[in-house]
Design a protein around this ligand. Structure first.
Ligand code: SF4
Length: 206
């Protein structure tokens, strides 16, 4: 994966430790391996000493973190996933088009924090279909949505349906832009559930 390669290359190029803001991937084995090679994982940039190397994880960062790193002249390597950057750019484009932007995602997730902090206009976060009902946006105004990339099509379709029912002028990203890592994971989970349902049905018939 691209983000891991960026950390590996930084470990070869610079004196250790190199600092990584947020766990680069949700995989303990990979994270432990990088720690053993000299990577230090931190939650906030304030934990990175001056004159150090700071790597931003695949989840992306808010603009103010980029600015803080530049002001402190840290050596930055940005491992933000290109699909996450694409979500940031889509959100910015929607704002320029005069649309209210809605982000479908989980509060507190590093990717959500990054996306909210990259779009220089208020973005409404929705986590459930019920949240859609409580949005303080006129139903006939121009609206757009973007989604957290770690959510699959299945995870978001109920909320997107609720948005379409509520707003008459709603646009969203092309479904060809979905993250296949996420979708493949969801499909694998679905297959496993189907197989285990089949197995228990067979057992009941035996
Ligand atoms: S879930 Fe997909 S889009 Fe999101 S960071 Fe991982 S690979 Fe990139």
């Amino acid at each position: 994966m691209r983000a891991i390669e960026i950390v590996e290359r930084a470990l070869q190029k610079y004196e250790q430790p190199v600092y990584v803001r947020h766990e680069i991937v949700h995989n303990k084995h990979v994270v432990d391996g990088l720690k053993a090679k000299g990577a230090r994982f931190v939650e906030e940039l304030s934990e990175v000493p001056d004159n150090s190397v700071a790597i931003f994880s695949a989840h992306g960062v808010p603009k103010k973190v980029e600015e803080e790193a530049a002001a402190r002249e840290l050596i930055v390597h940005n491992a933000t996933c290109p699909l996450v950057t694409k979500v940031h750019n889509q959100g910015k484009r929607y704002v320029m088009q005069g649309r209210s932007v809605i982000l479908i995602g989980h509060a507190g997730h590093p990717e959500v924090e990054g996306t909210l902090g990259q779009i220089s206009a208020p973005v409404a976060l929705v986590q459930t279909e019920a949240d859609v009902e409580n949005l303080d946006i006129p139903t006939d105004s121009p609206v757009a949505y973007v989604t957290q990339t770690t959510l699959s099509v299945d995870d978001t379709k109920g909320i997107i349906g609720a948005l379409h029912r509520r707003f008459s002028d709603l646009v969203g990203p092309d479904t060809r832009d979905i993250c296949y890592a996420t979708q493949n994971r969801q499909t694998a989970v679905r297959e496993t559930m189907r197989e285990s349902r089949c197995r228990s049905r067979h057992r009941r018939q035996e």
